[in-house]
Write a protein that binds this ligand. Structure first.
Ligand code: PAF
Length: 282
């Protein structure tokens, strides 16, 4: 497995792969790889000749008071994990390589970025769309793979790819959970043992909503308030948002008809976690 740090070398690799008629799958990450990322890479391996994963903690998607500086970094551990699932290349540029002095171009996806994480993290999706667009231009993948855990990110990137006529297939891979239900996230590493236990309130409250729907409840407001009550009952949890929107348009609803996204962001101590499920009323 190669680790490539410059755009020039990455382009040379891509040109040679394309010359040989090989398809490229890209798994964009910010490193600190866990089973969720490895599942994306394994899926990419199944359907593409070459898998490139990018490890880049993208400064433009973090707000000034967010955890950019302390975001976990472990290139050595990540390299071993990526190699273990057959990744051919890690693209690991420095920030100055991606955003040299004078950098001033950004991608803005309107509409769906004005809610959920887009509301609580202004500028976040502008940073995500910009860096993913840059990665697409550099790696020129045939396919790119993203996790459903970042449900809104997936919708934003699907919008960008469609709106800008990008010739790339996005594949969305289901959320990977720990045995006890906690969604895999690099930020789980920040949790103390007590916070790790408290963090189970996220998946527990999603399950509660799924059960309510299975029992015939379709009132989005009732589901939302029961999920909130469940979260508020957990002492260490501070609820940032719980929302039920129709899916995939993310419009506000009072009753669920068809598919709805139940998405939540909760702070456990200082760690902000997100999780979601798709509810379906048939
Ligand atoms: O989901 C992530 O890890 C990041 O938002 C991404 C897509 C790698 C862009 O920096």
């Amino acid at each position: 497995m190669k680790i490539i740090e410059t755009i020039k070398e990455m382009r040379e690799f891509v040109t040679e792969a394309q010359r040989q008629g090989q398809s490229i799958g890209l798994v964009p990450t910010m490193g600190s790889l866990h089973e969720g990322h490895l599942t994306l890479m394994q899926r990419a391996k199944q359907v593409c000749d070459i898998v490139v994963t990018s490890i880049f903690i993208n400064p433009t998607q973090f707000g000034p008071n967010e955890d950019f500086a302390k975001y976990p970094r472990d290139l050595t551990g990540d390299s071993k994990k990526a190699a273990s699932v057959g990744v051919e290349v890690i693209f690991h540029p420095q920030a100055a390589e991606m955003y040299p002095e004078g950098y001033s171009s950004f991608i803005e996806v309107e509409g769906i970025t004005g809610k959920l994480c887009g509301l609580s993290r202004p500028g976040h999706f502008r940073g995500v769309a910009t860096v993913v667009n840059k990665l697409f231009n550099i790696v020129q993948p045939n396919m790119a793979f993203f996790g459903q855990k970042d449900a809104q990110q997936v919708l934003v990137l699907q919008r960008m790819v469609a709106d800008l006529n990008m010739n790339i297939t996005l594949e969305v891979v289901p959320i990977v959970r720990e045995a006890d239900g906690l969604a895999m996230s690099s930020r789980n590493a920040f949790l103390s043992a007590e916070e790790r236990r408290a963090a189970l309130v996220l998946s527990r409250s999603l399950k509660l909503a799924e059960e309510l729907v299975a029992q015939g409840e379709d009132n989005a407001l009732k589901i939302r308030s029961q999920v909130m009550a469940e979260i508020q009952a957990e002492e260490l949890a501070d609820c940032e948002y719980v929302e039920v929107y129709n899916y995939p348009l993310l419009q506000g609803i009072t009753a669920i008809t068809g598919k709805a996204l139940l998405a939540l962001a909760v702070r456990i101590g200082k760690t902000r976690l997100i999780d979601n499920t798709i509810l379906e009323v048939k």
